[in-house]
Design a protein around this ligand. Structure first.
Ligand code: HGY
Ligand code: MN
Ligand code: MN
Length: 348
């Protein structure tokens, strides 16, 4: 969704700013929404000041950033940036069977624009850090220099459903026991790739999910991340080795699909500089930081100069309902966004 404010020369490509409005099942009020509202606040401020930029500027809301209902994450910005084709994205289905395309049509979000025919001169995204670094260091602004790489997997374990009371332990092929061993191995892979690796099994379903049936099937997700691409590959290799070892030892069949790979992405040095100038001009304590979370700006960086502005969040908590940020930090983020966007929009 693009909301456009004309500039003096509307033949020039616009400067975009925004984030996403979708959330997690127990998400907070700031992840995504802060970035879209900050962009709207910049627009309103420019209108209040009757200030005209050379280039048009646009407030952008990217749909399906979280990827928890329709995997993978950052789906719409990925289509915009040509990292996913449109048919692939529209066909993505949720656990309840709904397709992304049908849902977009149902809520009136299915636009007619062709992906790729909307040039951006630059893109800036304001976001809470979603981690503890800025708060721990007493910094108000994170000058985001890039984002770490991610690999997502869907793993299916198939054992044998049998009676929980009559089946002797040695002959069982219990998919949930194999899955439990895998979850522990995945955590060990991250710890073995310290200090920067992270890995999470965030979703796990058991079939037939009955108290007195030995689980015949388990489906689980793996989210692996690392700022270093070769380390991320090494984590993937360790995962594949673990799948083979556990399948061999347990007699449970294990299949996996690599759902998504996004490499570490550096942001644009000029845009980073405009963010840093905005922080300095506002007198905000700031530091460079690499994003641990994925963001739409990471996809947009493939087709336009992009950068991000972080503000602290309480205890570094995000993807949880008690996620919060202070009004002062939110205002500082809006202020730096204003300066970065105006600086970019006044460049021919
Ligand atoms: O998962 C992420 O990094 C983002 O918050 N969607
Ligand atoms: Mn987000
Ligand atoms: Mn998020």
């Amino acid at each position: 969704m693009f909301a456009r404010r004309p500039g003096r020369d509307n033949a020039l490509a616009p400067v975009g700013m925004g984030s996403h409005l979708d959330s997690q099942p127990t998400g907070g009020k700031y992840d995504g929404a802060f970035g879209v509202l900050a962009a709207l606040e910049v627009l309103r401020t420019l209108n209040d000041l009757n200030y005209e930029t050379l280039r048009p500027i646009e407030v952008i809301n990217w749909t399906n950033e979280e990827g928890c209902r329709f995997a993978p994450a950052m789906l719409a910005s990925g289509v915009f940036a040509g990292r996913f084709d449109l048919d692939y994205a529209l066909a993505r289905t949720a656990p309840d069977g709904a397709s992304y395309g049908a849902e977009l049509r149902r809520i009136g979000f299915a636009g007619e624009a062709e992906p790729g025919d909307h040039a951006l001169a630059a893109f800036f995204e304001c976001h809470i850090e979603q981690g503890p670094i800025l708060e721990d260091e007493g910094k108000t602004i994170g000058v985001v220099t890039g984002a770490q790489g991610q690999r997502w997997f869907a793993v299916t374990l198939t054992g044998e459903e049998r009676h929980a009371g009559t089946t002797p332990m040695p002959i069982r092929r219990d998919a949930l026991v194999a899955a439990a061993q895998l979850v522990e191995r995945i955590q060990r892979i991250a710890l073995e790739h310290a200090p920067d690796a992270v890995a999470t099994v965030g979703s796990l379903s058991v079939f037939p999910d009955s108290p007195n049936v030995i689980p015949g099937g388990v489906r689980l997700t793996v989210d692996m991340r690392n700022p270093d691409d070769s380390e991320l590959s090494s984590m993937k290799e360790a995962l594949l080795a673990a799948l083979g070892e556990i399948a061999e030892a347990s007699g449970v069949a294990i299949e996996h699909e690599e759902v998504w790979y996004t490499p570490p992405v550096p942001f644009d040095p000029d845009c980073i500089g405009m963010v840093r100038e905005g922080a300095e001009r506002g007198g905000y304590p700031h530091r460079d930081i690499v994003s641990g979370a994925g963001h739409d700006a990471v996809n947009i960086a493939a087709v336009a100069p992009a950068a991000m502005i972080f503000i602290p969040c309480a205890d570094g908590v995000s993807h949880a309902e008690h996620e919060s940020a202070t009004p002062e930090d939110v205002a500082a983020g809006c202020d730096v966004l204003l300066h970065a966007v105006v600086s970019a929009a006044n460049r021919r």
